[in-house]
Design a protein around this ligand. Structure first.
Ligand SMILES: NC(=O)c1ccc[n+]([C@@H]2O[C@H](COP(=O)([O-])OP(=O)(O)OC[C@H]3O[C@@H](n4cnc5c(N)ncnc54)[C@H](OP(=O)(O)O)[C@@H]3O)[C@@H](O)[C@H]2O)c1
Length: 266
């Protein structure tokens, strides 16, 4: 299937590992040029090497996307290198898995929103003028099933993800006439370091194995995942690539659930 992504310029936030990394590799397979960014240099360099071997142009930028000045730096370097960005994937995000409402300080709420929501708002603001000029653009925001079907824990993260789904819809209405299509993708449990790290912590605390924690999680916390397993990052990436492609030219303002059946509503 011809996806029309060759030589498109793609910026993916939080892309040195996990879902962001899988998205970068998936776009590179389609011949797109890639801007990757994260705080840690080592993993960013590792991915740069992999992408360089795929005969595309890669721009890695070290940045902390909770900081306004770093977002501006990423956008500036990306636009300087490529003149315009065709596709923006606001992927960066994360949560402390079982945090309870009463243990979340005002500062924690702000940190969570800076990472999961304002990073996307700010990066979109930097990039959208170049899309308007081209009268072509795709923005894909990575939300979460927690934004639609929240758990009793991590209300800060759940609310930030709900906000990004709402933001997606709002902008899709505002920019549709510029041919800028804006959608969100909501994964359920996905096998990345975000999950591995928090399961490892829990396993150490409970003196058990990560496999046991995963089995317990699927049995008790996510019994509704019909496929009875976590997603692989590549299974999220393929949907993002499709949404950015010419094959998805009449899809905007949608939240696509890539959740193995986890969300109960139809
Ligand atoms: N994994 C899941 O089960 C799951 C489920 C639903 C939704 N999601 C969403 O999917 C997205 C990706 O999650 P993931 O599981 O792939 O996460 P991950 O494995 O923790 O990877 C996060 C990536 O973002 C970078 N990053 C983290 N904080 C950053 C910051 N302040 N500034 C710049 N880069 C930063 C990390 O690199 P550095 O640490 O080096 O900066 C890394 O490259 C998030 O929005 C998450 O909420 C994940």
């Amino acid at each position: 299937m011809h996806l029309g992504l060759k030589k498109k310029n793609v910026l993916i936030t939080g892309s040195s590992r996990g879902i962001g990394r899988a998205i970068a590799i998936a776009f590179a397979h389609e011949g797109a040029n890639i801007v990757i960014c994260a705080r840690g240099k080592e993993k960013l360099d590792e991915l740069k090497e992999i992408l360089n071997d795929m005969n595309i142009t890669v721009l890695p930028v070290i940045a902390d996307l909770t900081k306004v000045e770093d977002i501006k730096k990423v956008a500036y370097e990306a636009l300087e290198q490529f003149q315009h960005i065709d596709i923006l994937v606001n992927n960066v995000g994360g949560a402390e898995l079982y945090r309870k409402f009463e243990n979340i300080s005002e500062e924690d709420w702000i940190d969570t929103f800076n990472l999961n929501f304002f990073s996307a708002v700010r990066m979109t603001k930097e990039i959208i003028p170049s899309m308007k000029k081209m009268k072509w653009g795709r923005i894909i925001n990575i939300a979460s099933e927690s934004g639609i079907q929240p758990d009793p824990f991590m209300p800060d993260y759940n609310a930030a993800k709900a906000a990004i789904i709402n933001f997606t819809k709002s902008l899709s209405k505002a920019y549709g006439h510029y041919n800028i299509l804006i959608n969100s993708v909501s994964p359920a449990l996905t096998n990345t370091e975000l999950i591995e790290d928090s399961f490892l912590k829990e396993a150490e605390m409970k003196k058990t194995t990560v496999d046991k924690i995963m089995t317990d999680f699927l049995t008790h916390v996510r019994p509704n995942i019909a496929l009875k397993r976590p997603a692989m990052p590549e299974e999220i990436a393929s949907v993002v690539v499709f949404l950015a492609s010419t094959k998805a030219s009449f899809i905007t303002g949608t939240n696509i659930r890539v959740d193995g059946g986890s969300i109960n509503s139809i």
